[in-house]
Design a protein around this ligand. Structure first.
Ligand code: MG
Length: 394
């Protein structure tokens, strides 16, 4: 079997999901500057129908199989179309190690960033082909299933941080069956010392709302500095958070280690780290307790399997970043529950992420079912597509 075509398609449609929309944003690295700090969340609170587009990579073979993955960022699509495509045409799609190795060697800048994110997307589309060629779900090819279903945690990006609303929502997620919830801080050091207390009001409200039998995690999305993170960690410690996530930008590895030593709570990170070599650096530096590699970005499923082996040898868990559902689900379903205990589910973002997909993956009673069909389980729903546009870079 040979790869005969690599297509990049942009689908157009109308997003009219009746569910709740994102109304709040998290603190971020740009909040260092006042003009960014004061910016409100993008107004997506209304439920009016609006145009939606999503880009997918489709890799076709001479035996009639097609592997699909997306949605992709435009920069990933560009890297595939302009640079990776020529290394794929005519190649054997089953030979995953050869393809990954060639793609990571063909450009010295392929090691991180958009090019590695593009390699990740290609790797995922190729795993879709491999599953279809074997008539098996991808997790079967990776050694699974290790379980019949995977526990998911409610990732609450975009929900209102009004404390009454937080209390109601947290109780609702607990009643829905989620055993763990992650919330996103809105305030950082740029907001002054009052930010400490505002963030702590969120922590306190959540612990009071859900009691002691629900895990709580908190994400600072690169928005803090070392002193602020240590002080927040110490204040949070009595409320037993499962982890504090990405308190500072990802390359401050010494800062992560310092926060981890002094904050008194577990530190999670790595959604913006790439490949086994990036994670080895983090693990050697004792910078993180929880590895949050993202299969869509860090090198695909081929690389995630290696990162899991590495992390388990260091005695650390891998709880993949939940940018998308299916790749992480296949990986987790094929790893020991000791290594990969949990799936992240970004509740408010998945309606958009899965808009063009026929089968929606949504947790029930806090558990995600495993895909049953061959490949990754992503099928485009033609009824949702008003226009299909092919993208070319030559
Ligand atoms: Mg995060």
């Amino acid at each position: 079997m040979k790869i005969s075509e690599v297509r990049l398609v942009r689908l157009h449609g109308v997003f009219d999901d009746p569910g709740p929309r994102s109304v709040e944003r998290q603190v971020g690295a740009l909040d260092l500057y006042p003009e960014f700090r004061e910016q409100a969340a993008p107004a997506r609170g209304d439920a009016e129908p609006r145009p939606i587009t999503a880009i997918y990579v489709q890799i076709a073979t001479d035996e009639g199989l097609t592997g699909t993955w997306g949605p992709l960022m435009a920069d990933q699509a560009f890297q595939i179309g302009a640079h990776l495509r020529r290394h794929l045409l005519g190649r054997d799609p089953i030979a995953s190690e050869r393809i990954w190795d060639v793609l990571s060697r063909q450009d010295r800048h392929a090691r991180k960033g958009y090019m590695m994110m593009a390699i990740s997307a290609v790797d995922l589309a190729l795993w879709d082909i491999r599953g279809k060629a074997a008539s098996l779900p991808v997790y079967r090819l990776l050694g699974g299933p290790t379980r019949d279903a995977v526990p998911a945690y409610a990732s609450c990006l975009g929900y209102s941080l009004d404390l009454d609303a937080v209390r109601r929502q947290a109780v609702a997620f607990k009643e829905e069956g989620y055993g763990a919830q992650k919330w996103f801080f809105r305030y950082g050091p740029g907001h002054g010392r009052a930010a400490l207390e505002k963030n702590m009001a969120l922590v306190r409200t959540l612990r009071e709302a859900v009691g002691d039998d629900v895990d709580l995690m908190f994400d600072a999305w690169l928005g803090w500095d070392v002193p602020f993170s240590i002080e927040m960690g110490r204040r949070m410690a009595p409320f037993s958070p499962r982890w504090l996530e990405e308190p500072v930008p990802p390359d401050r590895i010494d800062a992560y280690a310092e926060i981890r030593r002094q904050a008194g709570i577990p530190i999670a990170g790595g959604e913006h780290e790439y490949t086994r070599w990036g994670f080895k650096t983090l693990l050697d530096a004792e910078a993180i307790d929880v590895v949050q590699a993202d299969p869509d970005w860090t090198g695909g499923l081929s690389e995630m399997v290696k990162i899991c082996a590495l992390a388990s040898a260091y005695g650390k868990q891998v709880i993949p970043h939940g940018h998308s559902v299916l790749p992480a689900l296949h990986l987790i379903a094929a790893q020991s529950a000791e290594v990969c205990p949990l799936l992240e589910y970004l509740i408010l973002h998945n309606a958009q992420k899965q808009w063009f997909h026929k089968n929606k993956y949504v947790p029930e009673n806090g558990m995600m079912r495993l895909p049953e069909g061959p490949g990754l389980g992503l099928e485009i729903d033609p009824a949702r597509v008003t226009q299909r546009e092919e993208l070319h870079w030559e």
